[in-house]
Design a protein around this ligand. Structure first.
Ligand code: AMP
Ligand code: ZN
Length: 113
């Protein structure tokens, strides 16, 4: 999508601190970190939100989770971490390009569920 912040970040048109990149997935540090490690993992292809995952594009979600495991090892998150997806307005999503937050680097205290 031409007017999507995260499409532009994945394309290198807007700078970010990249921590992982391959043909399908891009990951970068969150600009407003909520934990010592806070990384956003996105498919390069524009998918607006989790609600738009289909049989046609779900392989990209699997690729994101393969990347998450690699990034967690790379970042030394040996004690564990949390993966969060916010979907839609009620879910608190502010950027409409599917992304998974990796939060870690400390004992995360707040439990949402
Ligand atoms: P969400 O609220 O789940 O849509 O998450 C969007 C996330 O994107 C927030 O945690 C923001 O801090 C982060 N964010 C927004 N703009 C940028 C940017 N230019 N670079 C890195 N992270 C960003
Ligand atoms: Zn996009």
């Amino acid at each position: 999508m031409s007017d999507c912040l995260f499409c532009k970040i994945a394309a290198g048109e807007i700078p970010s601190t990249c921590v992982y990149s391959d043909d399908d997935v891009f990951a970068f540090r969150d600009i407003n970190p909520q934990a010592p490690t806070h990384i956003l993992v996105i498919p390069r292809q524009h998918i607006a939100c989790a609600d738009e995952i289909t049989a046609e594009n779900s392989a990209l979600v699997a690729k994101c989770f393969e990347a998450i495991a690699k990034i967690a090892r790379q970042e030394g998150l040996t004690g564990g971490y949390r993966v969060i997806n916010n979907c839609g307005e009620d879910g608190g999503q502010t950027v409409c390009h599917l992304h998974f937050h990796i939060l870690g680097g400390k004992k995360l205290s707040e439990r949402m569920i």
